[in-house]
Design a protein around this ligand. Structure first.
Ligand code: GLV
Ligand code: MN
Ligand code: MN
Length: 417
């Protein structure tokens, strides 16, 4: 295997250090817009500077590290991922891609290698669904897909997203300044754990992502009537949680029926808020988020709407009202042949096995793709576990991802105009 001059020990030590910035009661948790997130960001910005990157936070709250290129006319090559986590998530989802990017940039600086293109390393703000209900906030803004009204979204404690952006060092009144033109990025590359079992089961070192699944989220509200749980006879109740349970069961059954189609669809209700959420009260209202993922755009969009109309009569029979509104939609996104080919050639030059595979997880690349060609490098993770504390990778797998990234960037720098 040809060794590439990245420092695998430094990469692993940084992964360990950043992952340890976690809520001690709920490892591994570093939620966007939290004090811990800011602590992680402060650590990361310092590492960016140590690595020789010109470092700043843009108006959308992205942490950006830059290296100048030798040709001022060229657009940047961008490497990125995210440092926020889901609640009780894993140690590697997100930070691997940011720290592999930093490792590539710092190695270039240390070798005295200057790319023709500017190189930008992004820690995108809030890739995971935030407490405001929105995900991919920073990359959405880069693509001009963060609408002005999204600033008014509120999280449960009342903070608006406008205030949240300012809290992380962004400027909600200057979001247009981060927007890129549709050809504003020379290429985008992200290293990520696979979050599935394909690479591990085959013993393949590197996954080359072919396309990223579409994700549609609907907020569904079921309204009934809160009542005393002892004094209200069964025949007089309007129990919102009974209606919500019917919806959850129907979502599962409908998605299961589509599991064998050529574009399998997955659907999840992973978040429910029950009011008043008391043992001795009939639930009066339930708010939940239905998330649908599929490689087929139309199926992703229509699943929730069709399902609500289907369950409405059953809920009305329970004296319940049901409403649904779209929270977010990200279309299925192909990765660009030019980036995929560069990743394949990079892995082969390093003697690493590789294969094509789709991503069932969402990524910031979906939005960055609206500004230029994208590609993703996957490395295996233990048992395919992710979005769970058991998420695990080995140091050599992180290093393989960073080495392939280094070679991919060098190749793209040579061939892209
Ligand atoms: C991102 O982690 C996703 O929800 O797939
Ligand atoms: Mn994730
Ligand atoms: Mn991720």
């Amino acid at each position: 295997m040809t060794a590439v001059a990245i420092d695998a020990n430094r990469l692993w030590e940084r992964i360990e250090a950043l992952s340890r910035i976690t809520d001690p009661d709920r490892p591994w948790t570093r939620r966007s817009f939290s004090p811990l997130f800011l602590k992680g960001r402060e650590w990361l910005a310092n590492e960016f500077r140590t690595g020789g990157l010109a470092t700043s936070i843009d108006a959308a709250g992205n942490l950006v590290g830059r290296l100048a290129g030798s040709d001022p006319n060229l657009k940047p090559i961008v490497i990125g991922s995210h440092s926020d986590t889901v609640p009780s998530g894993g140690r590697y989802d997100g930070i691997l891609g940011v720290l592999a990017g930093l490792e590539v940039a710092q190695s270039l600086v240390e070798r005295g290698d200057r790319l023709r293109h500017p190189l930008e390393i992004y820690d995108f703000l809030a890739e995971e669904p935030s407490e405001f209900g929105l995900s991919c906030i920073g990359s959405r803004a880069l693509a001009g897909m963060f609408s002005a009204s999204m600033r008014d979204l509120r999280r449960p404690d009342g903070m608006t997203l406008r205030e949240g952006l300012a809290y992380v060092g962004g400027d909600p009144e200057r979001l247009a300044s981060v927007r890129r033109s549709p050809d504003g990025t020379a290429a985008y590359v992200e290293v990520h754990i696979e979050q599935g079992r394909v690479l591990e089961q085959e013993g393949t070192a590197i996954g080359i992502v072919t396309d990223i699944v579409g994700i549609h989220r609907e907020r569904i509200t079921v309204k009934g009537r809160a009542d005393h749980a002892g004094a209200t006879p069964m025949l007089l109740r309007a129990d919102a949680l009974v209606g919500a349970a019917h919806i959850v069961g129907t979502v599962y059954a409908r998605a299961l029926a589509l599991a064998d189609s050529d574009k399998p669809l997955v659907a999840t209700v992973g978040k429910l808020d029950v009011l008043p959420n008391a043992a001795n009260a009939v639930p009066g209202e339930v708010e939940m988020v239905l998330e649908v993922r599929c490689g087929d755009e139309a199926a992703t969009r229509t699943f929730g709407k069709t399902l609500i109309e289907e369950v409405r009569p059953a809920l009305e029979a329970l004296r319940l009202e049901v409403q649904a509104e779209t929270v977010s939609h990200a279309s299925p996104t192909p990765c660009a042949p030019v980036v995929r080919d560069a990743i394949r050639a990079a892995a082969s030059s390093l003697g690493l096995s590789s294969r094509d595979l789709p991503s069932g997880a969402g990524h910031d690349g979906v939005f960055v793709a609206l500004t230029g060609p994208i590609g993703m490098i996957f490395v295996p993770c233990l048992d395919g576990r992710s979005h769970a504390p058991e998420e695990s990778i080995e140091p050599h797998q992180a290093a393989d991802g960073a080495r392939v990234l280094f070679e991919t960037v060098r190749r793209l720098d040579a061939i892209l105009g």
